[in-house]
Design a protein around this ligand. Structure first.
Ligand code: FAQ
Length: 311
């Protein structure tokens, strides 16, 4: 049965078709998906924190409503992704436990603080922008529930990126102080946003296999390059600069060259030593504990409904 399963799996991958949860799959494929999808879900949930910090301080009612909607979208993305991961046979409680115990990673970017209102703009433009670049190809991931979740998520991320760009545009066309604030936010978020795509290809242990399984469609460096090519003209349109003296159009390659990123910083953030790692995890653990009564009430309600149906 294992051999037949493997053959069918190989055929589905070779045809660039899709694996459903009920299909046989190799254990490594399942593990890789659980790892990547759950880390993605955790990132969405932890990623609510930097921007949520600004909901009460948004500069107008309209901005507050937009920001609230965006942060709620991130919660929704986390939930679809947890549900998609559960189809691989790992219960939600276990995924959450892995996050709270520090076993599972989440994106490095969310360990940086949102210090000014302009940071909310930079997060929308650069962080959601990088997220879209990485996630559009994931709509074609070979594991069907992941791809399906990604379609909706990407639509919402596009709105998020536009709202961030618009915040920065307003600031960069405002007073000199506002423009300086926008520039400072871009200066701080540019490098960490580029690191969201993961380590350079030579140091990316998972890429090759994930690409062979049609989970990843492009390598970390390919997506990073596309992102840089996309944001350079957008930065020009904003009237802001990107903080990289080596950023230069390369006619021969047809791409922008850019400088080496600070990979020591990246590794240290992933290992828990970024500016906000401790705060992010403390906040998440407290939110989990404070939400225990909601989970208990929901479970009791579900049980009551199930009993009623039996009667
Ligand atoms: N941060 O071999 P690779 C969002 C880890 S967007 C932390 O290259 P892989 C939207 C990696 O897990 C952000 N860790 O790994 C939003 C692996 O460690 P492991 C979330 C990172 O998986 C916006 C090790 O390094 N998006 O949330 C990072 O093939 C605004 C070796 O790396 C996704 O998760 C990093 N940046 O490629 C929400 C997208 N990069 O697991 C709120 C889906 C790498 O072996 C507000 N994920 N690592 O212990 C992916 O596409 C891939 O997992 C990559 C990494 C590209 C992130």
């Amino acid at each position: 049965e294992q051999r037949a399963g493997q053959e069918r799996f190989d055929q589905i991958i070779a045809e660039d078709s899709r694996i459903e949860p009920s299909d046989w799959m190799p254990e490594g494929y399942r593990k890789t998906l659980v790892r990547q999808m759950s880390q993605h879900a955790h990132s969405e949930i932890i990623g609510m924190q930097p921007e949520a910090n600004w909901i009460t301080r948004a500069p107008s009612l309209k901005r507050k409503m937009i920001l609230m909607a965006k942060v709620q979208d991130e919660a929704g993305h986390g939930l679809y992704l947890y549900s998609a991961t559960e189809t691989l046979g790992v219960p939600r409680e276990e995924l959450v436990r892995q996050l709270l115990d520090g076993e599972a990673k989440y994106s490095s970017i969310f360990n940086y603080p949102a210090m000014t209102w302009a940071d909310v703009g930079a997060i929308g433009w650069l962080v959601d922008g990088a997220a879209i670049q990485n996630q559009v190809p994931l709509c074609r991931a070979s594991f069907a529930p992941y791809g399906r979740a990604m379609v909706r998520i990407c639509k919402e991320e596009s709105f998020h990126q536009r709202q961030g760009w618009e915040i920065l545009y307003e600031l960069s066309h405002g007073t000199p102080e506002q423009k300086a604030m926008a520039q400072d936010a871009v200066n701080r978020f540019y490098g960490p946003a580029l690191q969201m795509f993961g380590p350079p290809d030579d140091d990316s242990p998972n890429s090759q296999q994930s690409m062979a399984w049609n989970i990843k469609r492009f390598s970390n460096d390919e997506l990073r390059q596309r992102f840089v090519d996309m944001i350079v003209p957008q930065a020009e349109a904003l009237g802001l600069t990107l903080p990289d003296p080596d950023l230069k159009w390369n006619e021969e390659r047809g791409h922008y060259d850019f400088g080496e990123l600070d990979w020591d910083e990246f590794m240290s953030v992933i290992k828990g030593k970024g500016p906000c790692n401790v705060q992010r995890m403390q906040h998440r653990r407290a939110a989990h504990e404070n939400g225990a009564w909601v989970r208990e009430a929901a479970a009791a309600y579900a049980e009551k409904q199930a009993r009623r149906q039996q009667d």
